[in-house]
Design a binder for this molecule. Structure first.
Ligand code: AMP
Length: 115
């Protein structure tokens, strides 16, 4: 059997995690190594390796992932203060888990720089 990635295990509750939101298409959970007071990962339940794999057929998932991020920010009451959404891609983007994910970061004034 093909080895399943860590996010697959979280989505399917094979390992413990702090799930914030889940529906048929998307799961959101707390990052294990938070880079800000709020650091949530939003992932498609069906694996897409990276943002490079987004195409005409599957592009709706990105809108749904962003929409879920906004809903979470509103529900957890940090939407008004603001937040940052980040998607890392492959080696230069320092993507470490090969399962598309949005980083939703907030809860403080974030740094100015991206690099
Ligand atoms: P990236 O570097 O963009 O691929 O981000 C992967 C993220 O997954 C990192 O921020 C990790 O801290 C996070 N991560 C890795 N393993 C886990 C886990 N078991 N539970 C929650 N977050 C994780």
């Amino acid at each position: 059997m093909k080895k399943k990635n860590i996010f697959y295990k979280i989505i399917n509750k094979k390992i413990p995690s702090k799930i914030i939101y889940q529906d048929k298409e998307i799961t959101a959970f707390e990052d294990i190594n938070p880079q800000s007071p709020i650091h949530i990962l939003i992932v498609p339940n069906k694996r897409i390796k990276s943002i490079n794999e987004i195409n005409e057929k599957n592009k709706n998932i990105i809108g749904n992932m962003i929409s879920a991020s906004v809903k979470i920010a509103k529900k957890l009451k940090f939407a008004k203060n603001g937040y940052r959404i980040v998607i890392n891609c492959n080696k230069h983007g320092r993507q470490t888990v090969q399962h598309l994910h949005i980083h939703l970061l907030g809860g403080k004034m974030l740094g100015k720089k991206f690099n």
